[in-house]
Design a protein around this ligand. Structure first.
Ligand code: C5P
Length: 216
């Protein structure tokens, strides 16, 4: 393990990559990005900062890639990954494979917060757009105070016992921090990274490919 901020911890990372890519139009985790696939970028960084990595994949791909089979929802996929994490893990990170540029530094930041006592830690960026709530007819209902809002990323790190407890009743959420918050536990925010964009649409993949060309 290469976690200089938390040498006494047994850090494991779950990389969730079992989505069907409905908004993308296919399984984007296997798309090429520079010299390797989106999934490879995500798992390589995770390996650098973790004692072990569990990769959660669609049923057709799990055997070939040496991963575990995911579920119908992101939360269910995380639970299947959790089942493969050793019982003696002390900190568990969860990362979306769809964020290939998350840095090792970012992992260390969230891991460090949990090592120092937080139940969970997430990266986030300030919101720069004005955010409005709309109803089903697309009519504005209210305007939120963006100074109190942040846009949350992965990797998210958790005390292992807390993450297991948060998933015990099989709840659903768009990230794991939501489930930990629902237990009344403390989740802290660290500075996110602009490059840590989630690849959701084909345009996002084009952006990521342009970034790899710029960097090389
Ligand atoms: O769809 P969403 O943006 O929430 O996906 C975030 C991450 O969760 C992606 O990396 C995707 O592959 C993963 N996921 C999963 N199992 C699902 C749905 C999404 O592992 N059933």
């Amino acid at each position: 393990m290469n976690v200089t901020t938390a040498p006494t911890e047994n850090v494991w990372t779950i990389v969730v990559a079992a989505g069907s890519g409905a908004r993308f139009g296919g399984p984007k985790q296997f798309s090429m990005l520079g010299d390797r696939r989106v999934l490879d970028w995500s798992t390589e960084t995770a390996h650098g900062v973790s004692a072990g990595v569990v990769v959660v994949l669609p049923a057709n791909d799990a055997d070939r890639e040496g991963g575990v089979v995911g579920g119908d929802t992101r939360s269910e996929s995380v639970r299947r990954g959790l089942a493969a994490v050793p019982a003696d893990a002390t900190i568990i990170c969860v990362h979306d494979a769809a964020r290939p540029f998350a840095s090792a530094h970012l992992y260390r930041e969230v891991i460090s917060q949990v090592h120092r006592g937080a139940d969970g830690a997430v990266p986030a960026l300030a919101v720069t757009d004005t955010i409005k709530q709309v109803n089903a007819l697309n009519v504005v209902v209210s305007t939120l105070d963006r100074s109190t809002l942040v846009a949350v990323q992965t990797p998210q790190a958790f005390n292992a016992d807390v993450l297991r407890a948060a998933h015990a009743s099989s709840p659903e959420g768009t990230d794991d921090a939501t489930l930990v918050e629902q237990l009344g536990k403390q989740v802290v925010v660290v500075a996110g990274e602009v490059m840590n964009r989630k690849l959701t649409t084909p345009e996002d993949l084009e952006w990521a490919r342009a970034m790899t060309r710029t960097e090389s």
